[in-house]
Design a protein around this ligand. Sequence first.
Ligand SMILES: Nc1ncnc2c1ncn2[C@@H]1O[C@H](COP(=O)(O)OP(=O)(O)OP(=O)(O)O)[C@@H](O)[C@H]1O
Ligand SMILES: Nc1ncnc2c1ncn2[C@@H]1O[C@H](COP(=O)(O)OP(=O)(O)OP(=O)(O)O)[C@@H](O)[C@H]1O
Ligand SMILES: [Mg+2]
Ligand SMILES: [Mg+2]
Lengths: 267, 267
Amino acid sequence: MAHIIVVGNEKGGAGKSTVSMHVATALARLKHRVGVIDLDLRQKTLTRYLENRLLYMQKHALDLPVPEFRDLPDVEKRELAAGENIYDRRLSMAVSGLEPICDFILIDCPGSHTRLSQVAHSLADTLITPLNDSFLDFDLLAQTDGETHEILGPSVYSEMVWSARQLRAQAGLTPIDWVVVRNRVGPQRMVNKELMIASLNKLARRLGFRIAPGFTERVTFRELFPRGLTLLDLRDIGVKQFNISMVAARQELRDLMTELKLPGVSI
Amino acid sequence: MAHIIVVGNEKGGAGKSTVSMHVATALARLKHRVGVIDLDLRQKTLTRYLENRLLYMQKHALDLPVPEFRDLPDVEKRELAAGENIYDRRLSMAVSGLEPICDFILIDCPGSHTRLSQVAHSLADTLITPLNDSFLDFDLLAQTDGETHEILGPSVYSEMVWSARQLRAQAGLTPIDWVVVRNRVGPQRMVNKELMIASLNKLARRLGFRIAPGFTERVTFRELFPRGLTLLDLRDIGVKQFNISMVAARQELRDLMTELKLPGVSI
Ligand SMILES: Nc1ncnc2c1ncn2[C@@H]1O[C@H](COP(=O)(O)OP(=O)(O)OP(=O)(O)O)[C@@H](O)[C@H]1O
Ligand SMILES: Nc1ncnc2c1ncn2[C@@H]1O[C@H](COP(=O)(O)OP(=O)(O)OP(=O)(O)O)[C@@H](O)[C@H]1O
Ligand SMILES: [Mg+2]
Ligand SMILES: [Mg+2]
């Protein structure tokens, strides 16, 4: 059975597609068979990132490890069971298409509340939720007191995860390993960072997620998109000099891959 | 007639709600009458930011300038004209509710493609599009060649703005002043920044927008959310020491307010 990794956060720009590309590429480079499904049907950021990679490989006759991308197949309305939602069918077909040939299937979700995203969350063995170090982002996980930062209750995204967990429990599946990954973290020490860490730790116990060290705000996580590359690929394209930010970025990605505790993955 | 400012970008996390709060508060502090409508009905980031402000003002008996917030009113299906969309009606009611008492109406859009967002874009006298300094974000404005960065064609968000402009032209309204605002810009000089500026300049001529200097990545733009404050309010709450980042942030906001060239607004 392929291990399903869902990358989700209803909050826009938290870093879902960025984390998706880096985790999927890391797994492919570690010789695991990785399938990828992009559920952001309008923006298709991950789809483009992978298309850019294939184009670059072609142009430069390079053989880089590349995750197996699968589009949602088209489905005729008449093929559906009574009352079955067409998106549910398209997603399950994409997943079953990848299952026989993959150890991991990674699903990138959109930054909005869609049916596909809801269904994908209930399929997650591992759910990765990237999160900016910001109370604007935190606000979608939990409502907090403006001055004490005490947690007042859940918010739209944690409620969405909760219903995915319900569905999964009812279907008798193993519980979701929910991992919150801090992203675009500021480089220096600052009060806001300390407050975020404290609030996240409290919320982790309450909502049942664990926190993984994530990525600092670094241009290397975004400047390679046009060529479909990640920092892990740079040696393969002949880069020999690595500045301190690149070395640190590589370590951040390694630490994340370790912390995700994915079955059969060792760094 | 109130001047309508729409803050839009289908790309999640570009900084719409952050820019909305700072522009609306700046206008209120300059003694203009500002109304605000939040079209992100699920996440309600701007709504919360303003609720936090009111709570903070109440708790500390403070009288800060505060934009006039208007919810979308509820509407009975039977009140609608034949074929009229309920969201169109709710939005136009919110706008007409604010018009008599406002010089400016600012509308914050969600990071996804919704009917409300589409209609709001056609109401814009000024359209502010915040944009991260990243080709991931640029990708929603235009498709580009991965290596030359030459512009290959429009993308989902610029097409959406184009249809809003069509609607507006057909209705005989003045053209939209489309201003792209760079946000979360890296502090140092870097190749990615230069490439982004070059690509944006080319695209500006092609798509008919102008580029305003925006905000650097600064914790001050996000750490005041829980208290509903912006850096402009800090003197009012007794802060006397301003570090260099705060002083620079204030100048960035001033420069943006100047560059927006809003009627009757002088800094
Ligand atoms: N660690 C990082 N350092 C620097 N830039 C980053 C980092 N992570 C993400 N970014 C940038 O932040 C922006 C948002 O990232 P991304 O598109 O991956 O988020 P997302 O959650 O997939 O957004 P959406 O909700 O639109 O799908 C992009 O411009 C991306 O290049
Ligand atoms: N200039 C800035 N400096 C530092 N952090 C920023 C800046 N602008 C925005 N942010 C942070 O970036 C994240 C995204 O900002 P924001 O929520 O305003 O974007 P948005 O476009 O409204 O997102 P959505 O698409 O979800 O509505 C938030 O965590 C916010 O605090
Ligand atoms: Mg994405
Ligand atoms: Mg927003």
